[in-house]
Design a protein. Structure first.
Length: 358
């Protein structure tokens, strides 16, 4: 038994020696070819490593909490920024308002086939400071979003356009929640309370809900087709121009979404005050009107929450609504315009909006 085992072991070692011998022999006779192949492999590995490093570096830049000057401790409720300690303001209610580029009823589409989010606005109701702030996110913001398989399996995150967060969902709640998650990540983990999603078909209903929104037109983008919408004009929007005012832009012009966001800002700030007034005058009637266009809207807010929200609105000053767009850089991308948030300025704004100095 020992002899047989020893012989098998000897043949195995001899076989390995023969393989290595032949390899060394080939290298000696093909030194130039071997050297060229080695350089190619090293070059490919080097380029691959550089690209991987660049990708990781770019992705890390989109996470606010990755900033070395921020210490989130056990979560977002208590943080330290540049040596100063802050506590989360618990008297804040947040509602994410999403506008998608579809018409007709909002329906299940299947994962990865849903519409895009044309407008993404976070309404921050601050009872502690008695103020409201609307944070408008550029749809072209480059950030990490979750993507899913056709069967709905989460494939993790990758950096792309914020507007695609809705697209990668199922067209209904999963899409809404995916946008919520993307914004929560941009906020460093701060939780969003509720969402409201509407599409193009809902715009006339939304406008008539408050008797037509009266806005000061911020630019001349639409004046050729809509003479009444010249910069500086005070106009009450109606069914003939509400969609153009909120959605139209020149797609052949770089960064045309910036001007559209100016108009959306004018609409949102005016709407907030008018909505508060209407609720205070007819709480039940407003809910009945909202239910009339529920096929063009999707929300996590129930009727009982709506009543609580109405009471909250009554305690907040809407005389001056702050409207903020994150600072950053517009870049001409390979396919579409891209926007990159200024991480430092954004972190300071997060603290201003959501935290109280300890």
């Amino acid at each position: 038994m020992n002899t047989k085992g020893s012989g098998k072991h000897h043949r195995h070692r001899h076989h390995r020696h023969g393989v290595f011998y032949r390899i060394r022999r080939w290298i000696r006779h093909n030194k130039k070819w071997f050297g060229f192949c080695s350089l190619m492999i090293i070059g490919i590995l080097g380029i691959g490593s550089y690209l991987l490093y660049g990708s990781i570096k770019r992705q890390s830049a989109y996470h606010v909490i990755s900033n070395n000057s921020v210490d989130v401790g056990t979560g977002y409720r208590n943080i330290t920024y540049n040596g100063q300690e802050y506590q989360y303001n618990n008297l804040i209610t947040t509602i994410l308002v999403i506008g998608i580029d579809s018409t007709g009823s909002i329906e299940r589409t299947g994962y990865t086939a849903a519409p895009r989010a044309d407008s993404i606005n976070l309404v921050v109701l601050d009872e502690y400071h008695s103020k409201v702030t609307i944070v408008a996110f550029n749809r072209s913001t480059q950030t990490a979003i979750h993507r899913y398989t056709l069967g709905g399996t989460d494939r993790g995150t990758y950096v792309t356009y914020l507007c695609y967060a809705y697209t990668y969902g199922d067209g209904l709640e999963a899409s809404c929640e995916n946008v919520v998650t993307a914004i929560e990540d941009l906020l460093g983990g701060i939780q969003i309370d509720d969402y409201i999603t509407t599409n193009v078909s809902a715009l006339p209903y939304i406008n008539s809900l408050v008797g037509g929104v009266t806005v000061t037109v911020p630019n001349d983008d639409l004046v050729d087709e809509y003479p009444e919408l010249s910069a500086g004009s005070v106009v009450t929007l109606d069914d003939s121009n509400i969609e153009a005012f909120l959605r139209s832009r020149d797609t052949n012009t770089y960064f045309s979404n910036d001007d559209r966001m100016e108009r959306q800002s004018a609409f949102m700030t005016a709407y907030a005050g008018q909505f508060k007034t209407c609720i205070s005058e007819d709480l039940e009637g407003m809910w009945t009107q909202i239910e009339q266009f529920d096929e063009y809207a999707l929300t996590s807010i129930t009727k009982s929450q709506y009543i609580s929200l109405a009471n909250l609105l009554g305690s907040i000053d809407f005389e001056e609504v702050d409207y903020y767009t994150p600072e950053g850089e517009d870049v001409v991308g390979n396919y579409h315009d891209e926007f990159y948030i200024d991480e430092d300025a954004w972190m300071e704004k997060i603290i201003e909006l959501f935290y109280i100095e300890q």
